[in-house]
Design a protein. Structure first.
Length: 115
């Protein structure tokens, strides 16, 4: 008979991701416009960043779905402030997803943009 412990230890376990939820104020309006243009749902283009997802009041970035997400963001022209907070959350906090949301809290020690 298979026990629950045997089932939980099988190699087909789902990936568990860490998601940071922070305020949109950590991005500039230009950052938001660039993210819009990179999102396949908003741009309508194939081959754009399928790991950038618009939400009702922000964006969800699935960093683990790109081999070098931060480099792609910099190359696309996102601000240094934006890239700094993304780098911090991914490298120091091991977040593989970041949800930028209008109602989320500010992250202390990072630039805030009121737009």
């Amino acid at each position: 008979m298979t026990s629950l412990n045997d089932i939980q230890c099988q190699p087909n376990e789902p990936e568990i991701c860490r998601c940071a939820v922070i305020s949109n104020a950590h991005m500039t309006q230009a950052d938001s416009e660039i993210l819009d243009s990179l999102s396949p749902w908003l741009s309508g283009e194939e081959g754009v960043c399928h790991w950038i997802h618009p939400t009702r009041y922000g964006f969800l970035l699935r960093l683990s779905a790109s081999s070098d997400a931060i480099k792609e963001l910099r190359r696309a022209g996102l601000s240094d402030d934006f890239c700094h907070v993304v780098t911090f959350l991914s490298e120091k906090c091991q977040a593989s997803m970041i949800h930028f949301d209008a109602d989320a809290d500010l992250l202390e020690g990072f630039s805030v943009h009121n737009w």
